[in-house]
Write a new protein. Sequence first.
Length: 428
Amino acid sequence: MKILMFGWEFPPHISGGLGTACFGLTNGLAQHGVEVLFVVPKTFGDEDQTSVRLLNASDVTLDFRQHSSREFWDKISFVEINSRIVPYASPEEFYSIMEKKQKTGQETSGSIYSRKYDFEGGYGPNLFEEVNRYAIVATKLARDQNFDLIHAHDWLTYPAGIAAKEASGKPLIIHIHATEYDRSGEAGLNHAVYHLEKQGFEAADCIIAVSNLTRNTLIRHYGIEPSKIEVVHNAVIPNTKDQVEAKKHFKDKIVTFLGRVTFQKGPDYFVEAAARILEKDKNVRFVMAGSGDMLPRVIRRVAELRIADRFHFTGFLKGDDVERMFSLSDVYVMPSVSEPFGISPLEAMRSNVPVVISKQSGVAEILKHALTVDFWDIDAMADAIHGLLHYNALSKMFMKYGKSEVDNLKWENAAFKVKHVYEQFLNK
């Protein structure tokens, strides 16, 4: 079985959970004998291709003298906007690109009829343009490659998946890791992204949602037929390296938030809970590891509450720095307002850190050894964190059984369920 899979990022060049999930899934599928051709806008040469063959969209030559390329281009709804969407990652990349463009007057659009397009592969100001060109490349790949089925991850790749389906006639599986409702809420909805998502959901032969929470979002907000949606929960990649240790040079306990500092992740609730805890216990430090559009607002609120001497802002962390942060942490908190799944609590538990997570997260559907609270219930969140900091028996129990629970959440098992979804369509 050979799958043509479209993604937007792949480790080690990632900005969030999407790339990590794609890496885990492709490794799991390889263990079940599924061959994956994984397409990304841009490769860097240091990706782990042990279990997957990476195809670099920037290497694909397009010839617009060919009827198929012209025909698809005519069908594309090209959105010429400088998008401020940063769907999975730190906005620093976006701001640095914009700053460079403003200083140099550099054009980022290029010629639409060039034979090759050098994708930035990130989340820059011409994101919609790259999404559409990626779809043209998908048409070419769908005609040139041999495969049985198409699998596309999140809205950035949906036009590519649809284009590949139209070019090849093969079934299309759409995999949802987050929706625009999760990222922005109804009030801040980006309608261009919503339109692309809905278009992808309707074109798909089957949809894989990472949680029942996401499944219900699709039914309620996108009007998708329930029978079309399969739920396959994510997993966590086993840590095969020696555990990275960092030495703590003080006795204070550390409570960590690690993720994008955006509406979806609920960083403001973390700050309010921290203030409640510090009213009773001054010997606690709080770390916000991440970046995002809410960071200035969060910093101002920390200053207003007069708890800045107890707060540390690290910026975006990845790789060994994440492991070091977990090794320093006594409690990990994920207070997400709407989290389709949430891999970071699993990574924390894998590192022997007890976790507090919101009930509004997909991962809460499968974890037994995590404390769950409503994201908006600041007092309950503070109580849960305080309990894990001060009751050693409670903390040790969650550390012991939490790690054991997470060690059994394997991508091999998630991939087995995904393969079963594939087989349903191939057998038809």
